[in-house]
Design a protein around this ligand. Sequence first.
Ligand code: PGA
Length: 256
Amino acid sequence: MPAKLIIGNWKMNTVPSEGIKLLKELLASDLISGDVEVGVAPPFTHLAESGKAIQHSGKEVWLCAQNMHQKTAGAYTGEVGAGMLKDLGVDAVIIGHSERREYFGESHSMLAEKLKTCIEVGLRPVFCIGEPDQVRSEKRHKVWLKAQIEDSLGGFSVEQLNSLVIAYEPVWAIGTGNTATPEIVEETHSMIRYILAALFGASFAEQVKLLYGGSVNENNASELMHTPGVDGALVGGASLKATSFLPIIQAAKHGA
Ligand code: PGA
């Protein structure tokens, strides 16, 4: 069974000195071994130093960016391109987080462009999907997720998507403490794999790494990580302290 993948999404939190301190605390732990794949997504301002800290530790931790621009370079003041991230030693980029979709107007077609650039540059996309509260209460979540998947991933070949990670993050569960139940996660992950199977075939759908995100913490991680169809977690709030992030990594170990 492949190792689970746990990524900490720090969002717009920590100044560089705090972030590096946190990262060094994580790197010092024996829990960062080979049993679980671990990633951190610090803000852009800490990426270079984070990369150095990871390299210095000799541990394998995915260095992730939280966003990137869809174009490779040019007159886009204030933006960061995929090539810049790659050159810094970044491994993966979170694409289409619901906060980017909601607050920065990222559309399905823009995300398709971002995914294309990300893949071409050789970075792993961690593509986020998830439905808002009202959509789920109206039982429209399958249609919603299908559109998110088809409209952004539909134009790619299986070969192009071989490094893809998908994170299912229901918007109503993000930062709310209202974690999705294991039943909802299991059912929705199998729905997502069904949608992927129709587009890319059954073996792709079975193998693609599918994370859950939304109020994962040290108390619920074990149950969620043992839920069928869950390959890991994208963690926000609980990734900001080693004391809450490390127990999540522990919970993701096989046999834990
Ligand atoms: P949360 O955030 O764990 O704080 O709910 C998850 C995410 O947005 O990736």
